[in-house]
Write a protein that binds this ligand. Structure first.
Ligand code: FAD
Length: 452
């Protein structure tokens, strides 16, 4: 191949994308701004630096969606997983990594690859020609952020996430909750029943307020500012403004009738909105929070109907640059308005080291295939990488799009299996067995990529 692939950002996604493309025979240039331009979180000039925790989370590929992602990336000869395995630290079922030797080894392997060059310096413009991947992550430099915003519009690029907790639909008690949009708004029956409602009486509400105010909260990281706007204040900050604030805000009970007890007027109502096209996930509307993870599940399970709730992800607010991928990207991860540019990593609206590297893996392979004159179809949505890319490029609701970790709620259900907590082990095993077979089939249909 003579055409080069240019990758902006040599983090988790950019490193994996470079490796995958180069292993497919495509020459690559990585443009990395560190160490000359720093971020508040990175400490070194290494590629693939782990900015905070040193964990790649669960390594269980049978019962855990991130463990399955590990499996799929290993099967694809991924550099991030191969290097993490070589620098693994004891951590029970999790994959913990010795961070400095890990990122030094990724850097060395990429710099020694005959098809990879690294150019140091910040890129601040969107390129007009050539093949590019933007993988500049949650701390994309200001200059490039502005250039992306000029292309996509202010609404489509966020600088903070405001994540409300997401609940698995099959863990909600529908003997308590009911489906109804406020004032039955909507043209179709589906729209009139779009929200899931959990009622509270006065005692429930007062108990919930106490728990919310007492819960441990996380501080903003150094360099982050609490730059959230009134429209997406953390739920506990709203509660601090007055005990009635939530009852007049996201928990207002008006326009809703409890179908289980039509005579009872709820004192407050918590609403959940569908979060994916499959209808397997619901987010708690307006419940973005800085409560620590340890406290969140306990506090949210106080909500009637959510006593047994399982969370696909907990809430958070962070400094995080990400685009509205469902509207901006096509199924090949290309910017619709400028198809010579792909996006990969956390900036696409996935979250976490592993998910970001996974999106780099796909973007690198897709770009290399395109440069070679082939089209690489996205992996099946039943695989972990396929479920993630399907979610960000179309499965997610664009209006409420927020960053997402991989989880089984993103997978199409396997027919004929028991739902709920009891059937969980068999269900997850069925998901992961199906995913492994389909992922291997997807890999086998491509040109081989050599493992490290
Ligand atoms: C404070 C903080 C804590 C986090 N903690 C965790 C955690 O504990 N666990 C976890 O899984 N995830 C964590 N994350 C998320 C984590 O950053 C991502 O999961 C992962 O690093 C994203 O990979 P990426 O390749 O998309 O971005 P990054 O790994 O950040 O890589 C992006 C690269 O692009 C470079 N870059 C940016 N702008 C430009 C430019 N204009 N020109 C050239 N280069 C540029 C950056 O220097 C960087 O090297 C955290 C994020 C932050 C901000």
């Amino acid at each position: 191949m003579t055409q080069k692939l240019h990758i902006i950002g040599g983090g988790m996604a950019g490193s994996e994308a470079a490796w995958q493309a180069a292993q497919a025979g495509c020459p690559v240039v990585i443009h990395e701004m560190r160490p000359s331009v720093e971020t508040f979180a990175h400490r070194t000039g290494n590629l693939a630096e782990m900015v905070c925790s040193n964990s790649f989370r669960s390594d269980d590929s049978e019962q855990n969606a991130v463990g399955l992602l590990h499996w799929e990336m290993r099967a694809a000869g991924g550099i991030i997983m191969a290097t993490a395995d070589r620098h693994r630290l004891p951590a029970g079922g999790a994959l913990a990594v010795d961070r400095d030797p890990f990122s030094a080894a990724v850097t060395e392997t990429l710099m020694n690859h005959p098809l990879i060059e690294v150019e140091y310096g910040e890129i601040t413009e969107l390129p007009n020609e050539g093949h590019w991947i933007i993988a500049t992550g949650p701390l994309t430099s200001e200059g490039l952020g502005r250039a992306i915003q000029a292309e996509t519009g202010t609404e489509a690029l966020a600088f903070f996430d405001a994540i409300a907790p997401i609940v698995y639909a099959d863990s909600i008690n529908m003997d308590v909750a009911w489906m109804q949009s406020r004032y039955d708004k909507g043209e179709t029956e589906e729209e009139q029943r779009a929200y899931l409602n959990c009622p509270m009486d006065k005692d429930d509400y007062e108990g919930f307020m106490d728990a919310l105010l007492e819960a441990d909260k996380a501080a903003f990281h150094e360099g982050e500012t609490a730059g959230y706007f009134d429209g997406c204040l953390p739920i506990e900050v709203m509660a601090e403004r007055g005990r009635e604030t939530l009852r007049h805000g996201p928990m207002k009970p008006v326009g809703l009738t409890n179908s289980h007890k039509p005579q009872d007027k709820p004192y407050a109502v918590v609403q959940l909105r569908r979060d994916n096209a499959l209808g397997t996930l619901y987010n708690i509307v307006g419940f973005q929070t800085k409560m620590k993870y340890g406290s969140q599940a306990d506090v949210f399970r106080m909500i009637p109907g959510l006593e047994e709730a399982r969370f696909a992800r907990l809430g958070g607010i962070h400094r995080n640059t990400f685009i509205n991928s469902p509207t901006l990207l096509d199924g090949q991860m290309r910017l619709r308005s400028r198809p010579n540019i792909r996006f990969a990593g956390q900036i696409t609206g996935v979250e976490g080291y592993v998910e970001s590297a996974a999106m780099g893996l796909l973007a690198g392979r897709m770009a290399a295939a395109e440069i070679a004159g082939r089209e690489l179809l996205p992996p099946p949505p039943e695989t972990a990488l396929g479920a993630l890319v399907t979610h960000i490029t179309g499965g997610a609701d664009a209006k409420t799009f927020q960053p997402m970790n991989v989880n089984f709620g993103l997978f199409p259900p396997v027919d004929g299996l028991k739902s709920g907590r009891r059937g969980r082990k068999d269900r997850y095993k069925a998901y992961t067995d199906r995913a492994k077979e389909l992922w291997q089939g997807w890999l086998d249909a491509q040109e081989p990529v050599a493992a490290d």
